[in-house]
Design a protein around this ligand. Structure first.
Ligand code: NAP
Length: 495
């Protein structure tokens, strides 16, 4: 279950949000009395409540806004109990001052905005001794390991426990608590109005993560990156799981570079079956793997990890996705010989994406030239994949059949930039821009104006995700779902 926290300064807005949320399907809300800027009229807020409520009035030191007299705050909580509200949130240090009465259930809570204490078990035992119906512990996560310890506490505690880690490292614990038996999780009314660090919105919990369907049997997949906040992968993988009716969830895990090895070692404890891997871990993860696919080995970068029978297997679907997208534009995917064979390609940029693409081009007999701002990087790629390196200034001067942009030039917000002049493009060319936000970059628009064939970054992104889905589940991704979802999400989300 999802408990939506409502924090508004006026009663009428709190009531309106409560009503709206129930219309959207919410079954439990938290009324944050500390957000109300006038004298609190509890009766008005709870008498005709459209769904059960938790009444909370948080002090500043616990992340709240209540600045009044402590006696007045405790009186409000006692009043809420006397009115028979469904739950009241009582901080552990005042638990003995707020007696149990009637049917109101007691949530005994503890917040730590600095860190996640080493001994969570002792903390939990202390709270469990304060006559709770539910124990709530929210602590700040600094390392992925904090989530693991918190979820383990939720899983093993006899008293129903909502254990969450705050901050964006902790966001995954808000989604996964349900798998380990947490009675509910907290979400916010709107994703831009989080009441606690790392809180997701009700809409995100429902429409992206299908939180209400997460249970002990739910299989966990995810993406590891740092930063993680803007990853679009959770949108598209979860949409595909939903369409296929799989009991699976795909979760964003922010894993700082220094914590990668420990996180991968802890994966069996979290029960994760597969991961997408992105910046900055694509190369460093090699040290944690027991097996590599030939592509991952040849490229020297991993974008997919599978956990099977004690093995940690690295794969790379970026290369296959890029090759399939170009082959589809020129002929048949997987044809032998490839429709790419014998063509001349110019690759712009010498980073990770260019590396994956050049591995595939070499395998298909493409004559490749690479260029990048930093000459030494393109020379290294050229040496690794039997290609030629040219100066960045010389891009667009030669005759090529395929032009590939592996730089971020043209990506939002720099949508009026293109890596090459329009005059370099020809109708006979295939132009492939790996940038996917926006889909129609200036380079793609210029290429279309010239009548050239195009492959967009969306095409590659969707194909690499569909190939991952197949590795994760052993099934083909449901047709079109990832593409439609990505286009829908990219539309409004510009970053
Ligand atoms: P990367 O490893 O950081 O490499 C970026 C490359 O672009 C480097 O060669 C860099 O040159 C060059 N570059 C960056 N800014 C530039 C500029 N203003 N002018 C000229 N060159 C510039 O990044 P990556 O992982 O390869 O990703 C590159 C792009 O690929 C991303 O921005 C993204 O749009 C796209 N991508 C697409 C997909 C997909 O599935 N469609 C997946 C991943 C990435 P220096 O070495 O000189 O800095």
């Amino acid at each position: 279950m999802i408990c939506v926290s409502i924090g508004r300064s006026r009663h009428k807005h709190m009531l309106a949000e409560h009503k709206h949320l129930v219309e959207q399907g919410a079954k439990l809300v938290e009324l944050r009395l500390d957000y109300i800027s006038t004298r609190v009229n509890l009766h008005r807020l709870v008498v005709d409540r459209p769904c059960p409520v938790i009444v909370t009035c948080r002090r500043e030191e616990d992340g709240g806004k209540f600045t009044g007299d402590e006696a007045a705050r405790q009186t409000l909580l006692r009043e809420a109990i006397a009115m028979g509200v469904d739950y009241v949130d009582i901080e552990d240090d005042i638990a003995d001052k707020i007696p149990r009465y009637g049917k109101t259930k007691r949530i005994i809570s503890h917040h730590n905005f600095r860190h996640t204490p080493a001994d969570l078990d002792s903390l939990h035992a202390k709270l469990a001794a304060l006559d709770p119906d539910i124990v709530k512990i929210a602590t700040m996560a600094h390392r992925p390991d904090d989530n693991l310890r918190m979820l383990d506490l939720v899983r093993t505690s006899e008293i129903p426990t909502v254990g969450m880690c705050m901050g964006d490292i902790g966001a995954c614990s808000r989604i996964l608590g349900a798998k380990y038996g947490a009675p509910f999780t907290y979400a916010t009314f709107h994703h831009e109005r989080a009441l606690a660090p790392g809180q997701l919105s009700y809409d995100q919990m429902v429409s992206i993560y299908r939180h209400d369907q997460i249970n002990a049997d739910t299989e966990v997949f995810g993406v590891i990156a740092d930063p993680i906040a803007h990853s679009l992968s959770p949108h598209i993988h979860n949409a595909a799981f939903a369409k296929a009716g799989l009991n699976a969830v795909y979760v964003p895990f922010r894993v700082p570079a220094d914590d990668l090895a420990k996180f991968i070692a802890d994966v069996p404890k979290l029960g994760i079956k597969g991961l997408s891997v992105t910046i900055p871990h694509k190369e460093a993860i090699a040290g944690s793997l027991t097996k590599f696919s030939p592509a991952a080995k040849g490229i020297g970068a991993v974008n997919t990890v599978l956990f099977r029978d004690g093995e940690v297997i690295g794969g790379n679907t970026d290369c296959q996705a890029a090759m399939d997208a170009m082959e589809a534009a020129l002929g048949e995917v997987g044809a032998d010989p490839s429709p790419l064979k014998g063509k001349r390609a110019l690759v712009l940029g010498a980073g990770g994406v260019s590396r994956a693409i050049m591995y595939g081009l070499k395998k298909r007999g493409v004559k490749t030239t690479v260029t990048s701002r930093t000459r030494s990087r393109s020379e290294k790629l050229a040496a690794d994949f039997d290609a030629k390196a040219v100066d960045w200034e010389a891009r667009g001067l030669g005759d090529v059949d395929i032009l590939i942009n592996g730089t971020p030039i043209g990506m939002h917000p720099n949508v009026d930039e293109s890596p090459v002049k329009k005059s370099c493009l020809k109708p006979s060319m295939l132009v492939f821009d790996t940038v996917y936000n926006p889909e129609s970059t200036l380079l793609i628009k210029d290429a279309r104006d010239h009548g050239a064939k195009v492959v967009t970054g969306v095409e590659m992104f969707v194909r690499q995700a569909e190939l991952q889905y197949q590795l994760f589940t052993g099934q083909r991704a449901p047709e079109g779902v990832m593409r439609e979802t990505l286009k829908r999400v990219i539309g409004p989300v510009k970053y």
